[in-house]
Ligand binder design. Sequence first.
Ligand SMILES: *Cc1c(COP(=O)(O)O)cnc(C)c1O
Length: 388
Amino acid sequence: MKLPIYLDYNATTPVDPRVVEAMMPFFTDTFGNSASIDHQHGAYASEAVEKARATIAATINARPEEIIFTSGATESDNLALIGVMEANEDRGDHLVTCRTEHPAVLETATYLQKRGKRVVYLDVDSTGLVDPDAIKRAITNRTVLVSIMSANNEIGTLAPLAEIGSIAHERAALFHTDATQAIGKIEIDVQKLGIDLMSFSSHKIYGPKGVGALYVRRRNPFVRLSPLLHGGGHERGVRSGTVNVAGVVGFAAAMDLAKRQLRSEQRRLSALGERLLNGILDGVEGAQLNGHVSQRLAHCVNVHIAGVENKALIVALRERLSFSAGSACATSKAEASHVLLALGYDAARSYGSIRLSIGHPTTELDVKYAVDEIVATVASIRSKFTRV
Ligand SMILES: *Cc1c(COP(=O)(O)O)cnc(C)c1O
């Protein structure tokens, strides 16, 4: 067993060796610029990019021209929110989102507010679920966009996407979802779910970092979108800049693998996730799950361990386990998790909570080891405090 064991797959994943293999030729032999299609070098790169686009589109039941390549989900979220709100100013100025969104959505919404747009941040219940009726009530005739994440990155709670899609459409609003954590974990069909825009990222699904996509519906309705980056007019004028050819080839390979392994990995990871959760709940007195018992990504386990500071536990275990106190973005800051606060918990619960997320390389032995180590280390930290 190679230590420390990685239990932070919601933050990022290793690149699958098959993905690396698919990417390799595009760094050296096939290095062309996919926009320089007049000569063979460029044409070959362009072919690879278009093949990747078609592969990715197929995995979510979209059409190739509906996929825009970006640098990752952060950029996709920015492009979706700013691009749609700017391009549809004739239709309205109102955005509906929720308090547990990723900072890439929340901070972009705040930016839009400073630029004069109106934003509603919906509350969630104590499990992280947003109430579809609250969305219905929040939509006005000035609402352009509803943005609700598919699966939360800290607690794994899953949103009722199809229901939200139909509510948005009933009221003539567009539906964007940040599906970064859901892609490759649950089946996503943008047609069936009524999704108009969707952000996702390669490095959360065993692809390379620095590449992602925004799905933008181009039929029924044609979604208008202003660009964030201005320049040579790449990606149908929506995202200028030379395409990361090797990156998108790897991204497509990762999407394809994720799709093919979806069922078997769902089964395996939900069994392992269950074992991880129950191991901690059984072994640590007073441990409690943060999030929803069943409407949740099973590989994501966020638990509260009363009286034990998460940073102390992470440091005590750092030679043996790599896990986090919440999101990767929040771990460097001393702030309480905005997600746990939105669930109605206090800051103390947030500082006493840890997030464990498992992935393709995780084995049964890893989970057993992790549970034993966490249980023993919590006991040891607690005994130091109660000895006096
Ligand atoms: C990781 C993550 C992002 C950011 O993705 P990057 O590709 O790293 O920019 C956005 N939203 C969610 C839900 C995420 O988990």
